[in-house]
Design a protein around this ligand. Structure first.
Ligand SMILES: [Zn+2]
Length: 188
């Protein structure tokens, strides 16, 4: 197979999870990888959402980093916007916390797999717009929500893709979560 020979439909079947194992292995073993795979992938993702903001990166099943005006936001496929991607989106989600054995049993049918309720809690993060379950984590009580993905988009686009983003700035690759929690602390 030659470079750039992977059709868009194949990339779409990868996104959908409908690709055959045989075909997936062929793609993995290509001697020369298709250089435009990421752009086809983005094009497929963009065609699956109803909104127009340009997708820069998919970060989970439902969430994307998008460019909107001068901002880079976390946006759900339902259209809900969580705000600046440098702030952990979990702080803008609806959260269900399980702390008791009774509550944990509802999601852990095998008790031996259950977290130790003396030390840990189970947190479920839901989208306020569509109520999709976006993430689940087990963490010690009191620990801040885990910030799962803070990509260096400028480096990725410039050095890996060879197509720098037009709004490159050293300010983008920073965790701004504490600014939001600091703001909450100052509020009455
Ligand atoms: Zn949503």
């Amino acid at each position: 197979m030659q470079d750039n020979a992977v059709p868009r439909e194949t990339v779409a079947s990868l996104v959908d999870g409908t690709i055959t194992w045989k075909r997936a292995k062929e793609l993995v073993r290509l001697p020369v990888k298709d250089a435009d795979r990421f752009w086809k992938y983005l094009d497929v993702l963009q065609s699956r959402v109803f909104w127009k903001e340009k997708i820069l990166l998919r970060v989970s099943e439902h969430l994307y980093i998008v460019a909107k005006g001068r901002e880079r936001l976390i946006k759900c496929d339902c259209g809900h916007e969580f705000g600046d991607y440098r702030v952990n989106w979990k702080l803008g989600s609806r959260v269900r916390v399980r702390r008791t054995r009774e509550d944990m049993k509802k999601v852990f049918p095998v008790e031996v797999a259950m977290p130790d309720v003396e030390r840990a809690e189970l947190r479920e993060y839901y989208c306020p717009g569509c109520l999709s379950l976006l993430s689940v984590e087990t963490a010690p009580v009191g620990q801040l929500p885990v910030f799962e993905v803070l990509p260096d988009l400028d480096t990725f686009y410039r050095d890996w893709l060879g197509k720098p983003l037009p709004d490159e700035s050293p300010d983008w690759f920073q965790d701004r979560t504490c600014e939001l929690t600091g703001q909450w602390a100052r509020e009455d």
